[in-house]
Design a protein around this ligand. Structure first.
Ligand SMILES: [Zn+2]
Length: 459
């Protein structure tokens, strides 16, 4: 990047070019910006108090300045932010977005500007490359795409046996660990993709118990091979039993919390050891809210009202799982708990509160597009479930800063600070007052480019 002259005008080759832009002299040149969000309340994603009545300036896709709104500066496009709230673009850190042509605009219109894809049955290297390319093509509104490797698991186990599909192809969408010593080869095979780490499945269910869990020795081997290659390991777990294997095996991050029931007396030592490793922990509480959906017709009506699903889609969802079947599965997973949002998810949010208070970094993720989990919309729902035990000021960083940190992207994303990419969401109402106000989206920018504007706030 070219530095602008700071006073003395030296007629070197470099400054000659700049004279035309800034003129030659001692007075500082007038700063020019591409975009200003003027007079807004800035919630930067760090969890601190908001800054009222500031203007946020963007140049070349990055935040170039944050200044008192009374200091007028020049920008090509000025958006009136008076009475509104600017937050970092949201991140869904557990998303299966295929088909991406349908899901990408949905993420964006809900303020989600980055997603993490942690493998899937159609996550071949080619499909992931296509998703990355579409994400940067400008052809449609799309979030940034981060992804892990394809699934690492063993034959006859989760997810290949539990979710059978012809799409699971060894060496394409899944890697089977067959014998001792083959983890390094599998890591090598996936490492030329731009992955954030290795996806490892530690699961004996998901509905108890259908398959054998991967032994801790194999987990350790994968972790060693990954670390050797400079890659972190992102583990799928959905029970305390799986968590013990993950902890003992040395995994770096956890891709689900849902399904865990921590007994703080029994599990204290394990939780302490895990904490030393400073893992990020993705929540995916939506997986259980999805089981509650068939019991709440009014939730489905709300989807239709907000354009998330049309009448046909709702009929299809209703036919896909009955209220009776939901009750059966919930009773199997959580015997004796009331089948309500508070009854099923209250104790899990309480456990997350315990982890948060012990210093764990919690990260919002949804596990869309499993049934009743919707691209973008369910990020809002996930944040609303967390409000059962957290303040909005605690929840917002989980969907922004903490997620960016887990992805190794905190230098570029996750907070609204000078130098970072201008991935921003303008809200019509204060999310710190009520986290449900993340639904009140006025505009969404990625790299300072407007990707979505609500009817009422088109500039
Ligand atoms: Zn998933």
């Amino acid at each position: 990047m070219i530095q602008r002259p700071t006073g003395v005008c030296r007629f070197t080759k470099v400054t000659l070019a700049l004279v035309g832009v800034f003129g030659c002299g001692f007075a500082p040149p007038v700063e020019r910006y591409d975009l200003a969000i003027a007079g807004v309340t800035l919630i930067d994603g760090n969890g601190g108090p908001p800054r009222q009545d500031v203007s946020v300036y963007v140049r070349d896709g990055r935040i170039a300045a944050v200044a008192d709104a009374r200091q007028q500066r020049t920008a090509e496009t000025v958006v009136d932010g008076a009475g509104k709230y600017l937050v970092p673009g949201l991140i869904d850190a557990h998303a299966h977005p295929f088909p991406v042509e349908e899901s990408f605009p949905e993420f964006v219109r809900h303020g989600v500007t980055s997603i993490l894809i942690p493998g899937c049955s159609v996550c071949s290297p080619e499909n992931l490359a296509r998703a990355r390319a579409l994400s940067t093509s400008g052809e449609l509104a799309a979030p940034r795409v981060f992804h892990t490797s394809q699934h690492f698991t063993m034959e006859g186990r989760h997810p290949v046996k539990t979710y059978p599909s012809p799409d699971w192809v060894e060496g394409r969408t899944v890697y089977f660990l067959r014998e001792q010593g083959d983890a390094a080869g599998a890591v090598e095979a996936v490492a030329d993709q731009p992955i954030v780490g290795i996806k490892l499945t530690i699961e004996d269910g998901p509905v108890p118990p259908l398959v054998e869990m991967i032994p801790v020795e194999r987990v350790r081997e994968v972790v060693e091979a990954a670390h050797e290659r400079g890659l972190e390991v992102f583990a799928h777990v959905s029970s305390v039993k799986g968590l013990r294997v993950a902890e003992a095996g040395g995994v770096d991050h956890l891709l689900h919390f849902v399904g865990l029931d921590i007994d703080w007396a029994r599990d204290a030592a394990m939780i302490d050891r895990l904490r030393q490793r400073d893992p990020s922990w993705v929540t995916t509480l939506m997986v259980d809210k999805a089981l509650l959906y068939p019991l709440h017709p009014q939730w489905l009506e709300a989807l239709e009202a907000s354009g998330v699903a049309d009448a046909d889609e709702i009929l299809r969802l209703q036919a896909s799982r009955s209220a009776g079947r939901s009750l059966e599965v919930l009773e199997q997973l959580y015997p004796g708990r009331r089948p309500t949002l508070e009854g099923i998810l209250g104790p899990q949010v309480e456990d997350l509160r315990g982890l948060h208070d012990r210093g764990f970094s919690l990260v919002v993720g949804t596990d869309t597009a499993n049934r009743f989990i919707f691209p973008g919309r369910s990020v809002h729902e996930e944040m609303e479930i967390l409000a059962l035990g957290f303040e909005p000021s605690e929840i917002l960083p989980m969907a922004t800063r903490n997620a960016a940190a887990m992805l190794g992207a905190l230098d570029e994303l996750g907070t609204l600070e000078v130098g970072k990419r201008a991935d921003m969401v303008l809200l019509e109402a204060d999310p710190l007052e009520d986290i449900r106000n993340v639904r009140r989206i006025g505009g969404v920018w990625r790299d300072g480019q407007l990707l979505f504007a609500a009817e009422s706030s088109r500039p």
